[in-house]
Design a protein around this ligand. Sequence first.
Ligand code: HEM
Length: 207
Amino acid sequence: MPMPAAVHPATDRAARLKAETRQVHEQLDQAIMALDPFRSRDHYARFLRIQWAFHVRIAPLYADEGLARLFPDLAARCRLSLIEADLTDLGFAKPEAPGTISVEPAEALGWLYVAEGSNLGAAFLFKAAQKSLDLGESFGARHLAGHPEGRALHWRQFTAALDAADLAPTDEEVVVDGAKKAFAFVRVQVEMEASAAGLPATSARGI
Ligand code: HEM
């Protein structure tokens, strides 16, 4: 009998990342909404600056050749230029750039999970930007727009590649650690915006 072709069974890495970061994601959502980002375009700029800092930080990952072998459409997924265009549309300056990261591939997968997942959840934010601020996919909310193929399909393609990546068992914790670091980085940006706006730290309000 012919032997079946060797295939790498897909892991449940994406599902595990979701479970392990559920709480920090919820806390981040609440902290962002506490900035009241859809009250006005000036408030929305707070959110854009947070997004910009995060995507500047991870931009090198989207240009990484090794990671591009795992995610063939990786470079096209980078949304940094869209965030910059959103800032320009609205006449807002780019804030001071944070340093970029250079991390090992397993940790990079965690950071990428957070960045790509945030586009799935952005459906709600996109609608709010349209409704409250009259922004859209060609002005001011470019980076929140869904992929032409649909957000869900675009996300499933990413998670399929994420699940299929061949890692050593000991690397699984490193992936989760990368995702937690990414959420923590974004959270710090939120707190910096809150402080610049004269709002109390969200943690002081139990978020
Ligand atoms: C107020 C702000 C936010 C809200 C209301 C929100 C809401 C959501 C929602 C509803 C989903 C699930 C979408 C679906 O399953 O169809 C989601 C997914 C996700 N969001 Fe957010 N989000 C927010 C901000 C963020 C930010 C800033 C990040 C990271 C930088 C982020 C990371 C993620 C990730 C990684 C997922 C994918 C979860 C998974 O299915 O594995 N979100 N978000």
